[in-house]
Design a protein around this ligand. Sequence first.
Ligand code: NAP
Length: 324
Amino acid sequence: MQAVIQDRYGTPDVLRLGELPEPVPADDEILLRVRAVSLNGSDRENLTGRPAYARWSNGLRRPRHPVPGSDVAGVVAGVGSAVTEYAVGDELFGELAGYRGGLAELVCTRPDLLARKPGGLSFAEASTIPQAGGIARRATADVRPGDRVLVNGAGGAGGVFVVALAKHAGAEVTAVDRADKTDFLREIGADRTIDFTTQDWADERDSFDLIVDLVAHRSPLRVHRALPRGGRYAMVGGLARILLSTAIAGPLVGRATGKRVGVLVVPQSRAELEAVTALVAQGAVTPRIDHVYPLRDAPAAFARLAAGESRGKLVLEVSEADSR
Ligand SMILES: NC(=O)c1ccc[n+]([C@@H]2O[C@H](COP(=O)([O-])OP(=O)(O)OC[C@H]3O[C@@H](n4cnc5c(N)ncnc54)[C@H](OP(=O)(O)O)[C@@H]3O)[C@@H](O)[C@H]2O)c1
């Protein structure tokens, strides 16, 4: 089968299209014929091996799994003997364990990480949902009308979903990203925008009931000041040392200040996926696609991801067939 192969960490030009043996599903796995894969910040991290946590699970010196790609939509091509919930021909989508393996014609995965693709969505649209939607649903689950929500890294894959779901919950949303994304951030619903290259939101005091930080690089001692008592800071991604300090010191800072400061860990499951899919069906968030590439153009798609040029998701179509 054709697959995108990554033998080492680096820039998009380390990716090459090659041939790999077709995988065979274990008894508890399904074999998915991949139709579309959307890219997330985690794919860029797994390409470069930075931040350091990308290597903790993925291989310290080189990627253990040679095929990148996490968020897939496709058609069941085979099932293991213990799989009862899905059958050959079912159209499914979801996030792969370890965020690897999607950029191939076929991938084996656990059925409990996949859900049925809504009929109204193309494979490309469905592939945009799993990781970004899961982050956003968890991050905004407690948002109440009138809450002041700041999204740091709002113009990226997860941020776009967080802004949309926070708005849907009735929040007043401040979106932080580069100045050239201001129009895009307004378009997706932000009430206020901050250009992080000229202004530091962490200088504000008691200003946000919830901060969702997708690109964390400030210590818990610094970020909590932007929250009032009862406010919450949720780190989703960012520097590895900030991940550690937020996980360890965040709860202590929170206890001492009457706030909640910590790392948001988003579980992968069919229930999570179905909950996000229901929000998409309600119109709370709409999949946004910046560009669709054929599989052979994976280096170009990753280059656009790395350059921060996309406004919405980048999608790779894996099979030659129409993606609907
Ligand atoms: N906690 C969990 O369970 C979980 C699960 C999955 C993924 N994650 C993590 O979630 C994180 C975010 O993912 P994503 O897909 O949303 O990433 P993304 O698509 O790369 O988006 C990040 C956005 O932040 C912008 N940005 C860069 N530096 C910034 C700064 N200093 N201040 C504000 N904005 C800045 C980027 O702009 P440019 O592109 O222009 O630089 C981009 O628009 C990743 O680190 C991923 O590993 C966490």
